[in-house]
Design a protein around this ligand. Structure first.
Ligand SMILES: Cc1cc2nc3c(=O)[nH]c(=O)nc-3n(C[C@H](O)[C@H](O)[C@H](O)COP(=O)(O)O)c2cc1C
Length: 444
């Protein structure tokens, strides 16, 4: 059913339309940037804030750390990049994480910024009778953790301009997925909250127009019935980049693409077909495949990925997307286009790998993969759909890693041509390729 926010008739969303890639648009604007002008990728609060280094032999600290840890240092021509548990379009990492702790023994009740490069909690606000719950529709105090994922959009718009509106939300969905994985490893139940008073939170957290709240993940339980009030004093603005260029399209897009008070559903917890020790390993080893060995994967493995990605998203907000797969190299499955569901339904048979490679802007990872998942949506609640697409993308990465094959998110594709190929009225938000790694690309 269409939501009231559908902007220009059937399944059209003005922000999606305005950020489409086509064969012409990528020639006109190939996204070349001078790497030396990249804004810094780590936010730091001033040194007078109190800091608490995370100790990895402490299980609770490990839980926090794994939501955002740096897992690999990669050499590029322009220097070393710190790659993390979550992937990010262009490795630009627009997302930051804050965590509110309440009633955790040995920790002050407060809101902390998680400094990802030093694995340190910076206490930015001490709680009294106030807290983040005051911005939620259920404002009872949560004993445990509230993670808040924000986007520092300039880190991404620096390169991807208006299209980075999509990448900010996809990336924040991936970061929520990293929180999910860490919670599973530590055996915490959790839920995601998208519908909150963003405008007030952005003001009170001192984000100005340079950073915005994307979503919240709660790992904890309501303690009693007393309401928590909003922050008693706003936080100062602290810049998350060393310089800033405003992008009004993104600032407007952030405000216009979320439908508040959206439809509610009962929260269901997912059940993954992996042990938590396997998930821990997958978190630590996850990388994006840079190329695939064009050979088949087993049917059971493909179905395991499908089971993982279809698990319920533990949130009151219903899923706002559908998933297709172009099956290219799966033993025992005919190549073709499938709709992923309780039983995977074949829409058309054929060998589409060259077509898929072309649609993903001639990327060999799409052409040589075993399968490419495409996440589509009516874009009624555009921001929610993109975040959920990134969240599911993280599940696909971790499932692929568990099965010892590779995965890569693909945010760059020819929008209209891909949609026409999928023969759907829904808009294409994200592609994710899985397949066999070349032997020398495997991390031993
Ligand atoms: C939203 C999103 C879009 C991406 N798009 C592409 C893409 O079009 N092509 C590609 O090769 N990699 C793509 N990636 C993968 C990133 O390049 C990769 O995550 C980043 O370089 C960090 O490396 P890592 O995932 O190995 O940590 C994408 C990742 C995300 C999260």
């Amino acid at each position: 059913m269409l939501s009231s926010s559908t902007i220009e008739g059937k399944y059209r969303n003005k922000y999606h339309e305005a950020t489409k890639h086509s064969a012409i648009s990528v020639q006109l604007d190939p996204n070349y940037v001078d790497a030396t002008t990249q804004p810094v990728a780590f936010k730091k609060y001033p040194k007078f804030f109190r800091r608490f280094p995370l100790e990895l032999d402490n299980p609770f600290h490990q839980f926090l750390s794994l939501t955002s840890a740096i897992t690999f240092q990669k050499q590029y021509r322009d220097g070393t990049h710190s790659l993390r548990v979550q992937p990010s379009a262009g490795a630009l990492y627009p997302t930051e994480i804050y965590v509110q702790l309440r009633g955790i023994s040995g920790m002050l009740d407060g809101i902390y910024h998680l400094e990802q490069d030093s694995s340190t909690l910076t206490l930015i606000y001490e709680l009294i009778d106030d807290g983040l719950e005051g911005y939620f529709s259920d404002d009872r105090p949560i004993k445990g953790c509230i993670f808040l994922v924000s986007c520092v959009y300039f880190r991404s718009s620096w390169k991807y301009k208006n299209r980075s509106l999509r990448y900010c939300f996809l990336d924040s969905g991936h970061h929520l997925g990293a929180i999910e994985a860490s919670a599973i490893v530590s055996n915490y139940s959790y839920q995601l909250l998208f519908d909150l008073d963003r405008a007030a939170l952005n003001d009170d957290l001192g984000f100005e127009n340079k950073e915005f709240v994307a979503a919240v993940a709660i790992a904890g339980e309501p303690k009693d019935k007393k309401a928590v009030r909003r922050l008693r004093s706003p936080l100062p603005f602290v810049s998350a980049t060393d310089y800033f260029e405003p992008n009004l399209f993104i600032e407007e897009g952030y405000k216009q693409t979320f439908v508040e008070n959206c439809e509610k559903q009962p929260i269901k917890q997912p059940k993954f077909p992996f042990e938590s020790s396997q998930i821990l390993q997958a978190i630590q080893r996850r990388r994006s495949a840079r190329r695939f060995n064009p050979s088949p994967i087993e049917l059971n493995d493909f179905l395991t990925v499908c089971t993982a990605l279809q698990q319920p998203i533990p949130s009151e907000n219903a899923a706002a997307f559908e998933i297709y797969a172009v099956v290219q190299r799966v033993t025992g499955m005919q190549s073709g286009l499938y709709k992923i569901g309780d039983s995977n339904y074949c829409l058309k048979l054929g060998d589409f790998h060259d077509r898929t490679g072309y649609l993903c802007i001639n990327q060999a990872i799409a052409r040589d993969s075993a399968a490419v998942f495409f996440i589509v949506s009516d874009c009624g609640n555009y921001q929610l759909a993109l975040q959920q697409a990134g969240f599911v993308g993280q599940r696909i990465y971790l499932a692929a890693e568990n099965l010892k094959f590779g995965c890569s998110g693909i945010g760059a594709f020819f929008d209209d041509e891909t949609q026409a190929f999928l023969e759907t009225d829904l808009n294409v938000l994200y592609a994710i390729a899985i397949g066999n790694l070349c032997d020398r690309d495997r991390i031993k």
